[in-house]
Design a protein around this ligand. Sequence first.
Ligand code: C2E
Ligand code: MG
Ligand code: MG
Length: 725
Amino acid sequence: MGTRLKSWLGLDKQSDYVREYFYKTNMRASIYMSVVVIVLELWMIIRMTRTIIEGNLQAQFWHLTEKYYSNYFLLLSSGILMLLFAVRALYDHRKCRFAAIAVIIMSAAVCLFEVKMLKEYSPQTKTFSDLQNYIILMLAAVSMIVFSVLLLTNGEDKKWESLSVMYIFSFECINFGIIISANSFYTGGQILTFLTMELFVICLLVWRPYMGFLVLTASYLLFYYKINGMIDLNTVGSFKGVIDFSTVKTGLGDGIKINGFTMWLSTLMFCISNYNKTKSQAIKDEDLEQVNSYLSKISVEDELTGIHNMVYFRSEADKLMGYVTTDRKNIVFLFFDIINFKYYNEKYGFHEGNSLLKSVAGMIDERFKGSLVSRFSDDHFVVLTKYEGSAEIIADMCEKIHNFEREVHLELKCGAYRPADNESDPSLACDRARFACNSIKKHYELNYRLYDKALEEKFRLKQYIVNNIDNAVENGYIRVFYQPIVSTKDKTIVGLEALARWQDPIYGLLPPGAFIEVLEEYRQIHKLDCCIIREVCREYRRAADNHLPFAPVSINFSRLDFELCDIVSELKGYASEYGTPQDYIDVEITESALTDQQDYLKNAMRVLEQSGYKVWLDDFGSGYSSLNVLKDYHFDVLKIDMKFLSDFSNNDKSKPILNNIVDLTRQLDMLSLTEGVEDTEQFEFLRSIGCERAQGYLFSKPVPIDELRERIYKGELRINEAYMK
Ligand code: C2E
Ligand code: MG
Ligand code: MG
């Protein structure tokens, strides 16, 4: 209740924004008010002067000056001063010397005149009210001189100055209204000047309700006191000789009092409603402003880490590279990557992962203070800084992260790129720095790599791949090589793995190592995988139509395929187009794809199974959380990674490990398949432990299907009877 009342009275605390809004609104209103007052007063001065000249009233000049001129001039100069301050507050900071000097001269004249009147004052000839007027006018004139001088000496907008001038101006307007209307009232005239001034001051300007109440009440009481007091006095004073007292009313009638009260009340109500309307508009504007500033902040800021985002980085780097003054020889783009962040996230959860990102971002931002630092994506950051001294900072930071004592071992890797003189594209520069960083990802001993000529060649190829994947798919550069999968029982072919090759007219035959990762990085991998599905289905049709040997083909799916397109529908579409039965296609998903626990992957896998396709787990044992993957998903075949065989004859542990994995596979109702079988010893061992299938160079490298068929025809390879046509 208390706060409501406070807010209703305008006693509540206002935000800076709302205060500023009120200030600006009042300054705008002051402009209208002062212009009207200036015009009115000029008109009054001209009219009065003409009356004096035409009516031969020169004898009463001093008297008229005391009653009217001094007020007119004072109001005129305060109107001009108000206008100057309001314009300064709203539009520009220049001083309008000429007008300010005019104000000083007029106010000085009024001041001198009031001093003269004060000197000549005697209670016999003047009333106490006259004395009050002299003092008030003199003080007002002095204060205007002071503020004019302040305006001349300081061009900057100062709120307290403008507001003081506004209060003085308001006070003078009301005072003028009271004096003129009181004079008029005695001679039976109207009180419109008083009313007009009240309306001007109270309704044009916005007052806090309690202030409005005080100003209104004080001015109405003063007016009442003036007309009432003088009627009772009814005799002496400066009106002697000017006013015909026979026409003066005696005592204030009830009607006038009621009228006065009604006017006071309605003006007060208007004042309150004006305040509330302006306040709610100000609050609305403030909310809007806050939303706007939030939006503009997030448009350049990374939400998680609080450092800048790439939108900001690119635009700022663009500007920087465009300046002629930029010392290009001494700038470097850095790309940072936190190695093993993914496992850290898995182990400690997203919350911990986020705090790690925040602290690394904070560290980079701090160490490269004054440089352009942004979060590129996930656990990647970019910096545009001076080359000189950057290597030391990087080494220091890498060391810090290296020494970070957690179970998951983290490393910070950095790639650097120094742009050539004629280069101006920051995105390309970031790409190159990133490329340099990626090139050392698998090199444990390296934390920093500067982009050089050797990398340039590889980078060109990468760009070529990204720019030409559509072309390659369209022109048939993407070829499918098949590697047989054999049964350990009788060494007959029971399946084929489809492995992509890029037969390029410029670069020759490219292995998947040259393009799979690049296509994944640039989110283009689905184009390749859809092409492989189509080629496999088409090959099935050719084999079926021509009675050629063919076995079920396992196709590698990238995790991104499920994100980038509806890969399951694509598979079903091609299968039905070429009449390929479900049991002729299996889907391999690599283990590392499944560690993210994404629901859409689970759903896609369920749809695959429901559509009759078998899902295989590829590269089992190559990552951190192989066993978790087995717990969370269902697979028909487990492909044991070839690294278990890599040191087979020298490492005593290989055998028991393989034995246990195969055992586990059996218990989980899956078939086991070991990749990378290169010699008979390995093969015999796998057979002895009950691993059902094997794949490797021992039987064949991945080759075009016709080459494989030729070897079958020659008897070098045998295909399982079930698939003989
Ligand atoms: P992967 O699916 O694990 O495929 C097996 C890889 O091991 C093949 O390499 C194959 O040539 C190689 N390999 C097979 N037997 C032996 C062996 O006895 N010794 C050795 N040292 N290597 C052997 P490739 O064809 O270079 O493929 C590499 C990887 O590229 C594949 O690994 C797969 O992850 C990816 N990939 C290949 N084709 C595609 C594709 O069409 N789509 C997707 N998304 N990925 C593909
Ligand atoms: Mg595979
Ligand atoms: Mg594999």
